[in-house]
Ligand binder design. Sequence first.
Ligand code: DGL
Length: 278
Amino acid sequence: MDNKNTYQPIGIFDSGFGGLTVMKEIVKELPQYDFIYLGDNARAPYGSRSFETVYEYTLECVKHLFDKGCHLVILACNTASAKALRTIQQKDLPVMAPHKRVLGVIRPTTEIIGKHSKTKHIGVLGTAGTVSSGSYLVEIEKFFPELNVYQEACPMWVPLIENNEYDNAGADYFIKKHIDSLMKKSPEIDAIILGCTHYPLIADKIKKYLPKGVELLSQGKIVSEGLKDYLNRHPEMDNNCSKSGKLEFYTTDLPETFDKAATLFFGKEIKSKHQSLR
Ligand code: DGL
């Protein structure tokens, strides 16, 4: 099927702003493709919500992206990848859209993490939902069973970032608290996954409290390289992705508010539109 003349962007979804840190790298890696971003800011954060709620919200947003012409959607959100992706892939897609695909951010991260640790002790920082789902433990076990994985849930970090309080002194207390707690679980940790797409915004603060020599891994580059590789291996999907370099942004909350903060995450000015939830 040749879809050269049809607008078929790649969808990128997050509960709020975090997915923009991933989209920024994806657009750098694949500038010729069209992309639509959807942030569910009206209902963020997802981190402490139940499986059912995260699944229901994520599926609704994926459907909106399908309606806008996407054949491929990336859940640029660890919480949604941990709590909703499998059900969407196994239960919903076969009946709803058998030729469309939804991919997450946990799998590409766990496929490469083993190469970053010499001590074989690694850390995962994430939302309460991502940590309690155990998704990182299960996926890392498949690729690098020799690794010892220590997780730390940081429930205050996303609210601090979403509310633009992360650069203030008060944020340091919560950042240090969780870094200390993680490193106490194993002082041998030499690589840490930022298992939440919001966290790259506070990477510098996190580094301040980490012992020297510990590598901090953001997912943007990992996911963008993984997506490029996926499109190379799936020409039938690549053919369903239009390529005119167009970027669109949608938020389920107020576009004016979104645009202000989103620019910090994306590194460029953004003009978003409203996506109604009903
Ligand atoms: N960016 C989401 C993630 O990667 C944030 C989760 C939230 O909304 O709490 O997990």
